[in-house]
Design a protein around this ligand. Structure first.
Ligand SMILES: [Zn+2]
Length: 255
């Protein structure tokens, strides 16, 4: 991904999941200790971002009202809060990244507060605005941001093996998992690594309640660490067969 460096981005797509994935990838690239144009997926910044535990990656989303329904707008107070938080230096990374979900639901007041922030941000702060359509944002806000339009990528296939793995884990299907893992032995280590990343992205969605799943959060966290451990083994040149054996045995908890 060769996105120009900026302190503010707009990611637009009608596909909520796609824009969230893209923002995670972009944030990891910004926070990554290796500092390349794409995330290394190995350093603690990348891993924590994937696991949803990076203190320097903050997501702002619409609040719920007292009946538990999501509000229609992002509130100006939330933008002000983010603004003052952005003056607190990052905890561990060189940057502090804010993802603003549904930024197109900011009303005029919220957008004006955002504009003020984008005009004079803290040097280390980066803001990523996620929208269905950038047209809903004030031209002055847009002019401060690098726009990434994902139209055309929306039909991108997600890794079908990742979907299959999650489905097997949800069902607790040991036999199915065994044959899945032996089938995966044919993958190259690059392909296996990509599969593990796709699984982690899906787990992230489950952890963040962006995706419905019968896996509870604790299981999703456990599987996410299993993926991380597997990635580590893969880097240490442990054979795919052994790693898949580990995944086969440890995915489904014994009651
Ligand atoms: Zn990294």
């Amino acid at each position: 991904m060769s996105t120009p460096l900026s302190h503010a981005y707009i990611i637009s797509s009608a596909d909520t999941q796609l824009r969230e994935e893209k923002s995670l990838e972009l944030s990891m690239g910004l926070l990554c200790e290796k500092g390349g144009s794409s995330p290394c997926m190995k350093c603690s910044q990348c891993k924590n971002a994937l696991g949803g535990t990076n203190p320097d990656l903050i997501t702002i989303s619409r609040k719920t009202d007292d009946k538990g329904r999501q509000r229609r707008e992002l509130l100006v107070d939330q933008i002000r809060e983010m603004s003052s938080d952005s003056w607190v230096r990052p905890q561990a990374a060189d940057k502090k990244v804010y993802i603003i979900s549904d930024a197109d639901t900011m009303n005029q007041a919220a957008q004006n507060a955002a504009l003020k922030l984008l005009e004079e941000p803290a040097a280390y702060a980066v803001f990523i605005l996620l929208v269905s359509s950038a047209a809903a944002l004030l031209p002055t806000v847009r002019s401060r941001c690098v726009e990434i339009n994902l139209r055309g990528e929306e039909k991108r296939e997600e890794n079908p093996l990742a979907r299959e793995y999650i489905a097997l884990a949800e069902k607790g299907d040991r036999a199915g998992l065994c044959s899945f893992c032996s089938h995966c032995e044919e993958l190259s280590s690059q392909e296996l690594s990509e599969l593990l990343i796709s699984i982690q992205i899906r787990l992230c969605d489950i952890i963040a309640f962006r995706e419905k799943s019968s896996l509870n959060r604790a299981s999703a966290f456990r599987l996410s660490s299993l993926c991380r451990l597997s990635q580590e083994y893969l880097r240490m040149n442990v054979g795919a067969k052994h790693i898949l054996g580990l995944i086969c045995v440890q995915t489904i908890e014994t009651p």
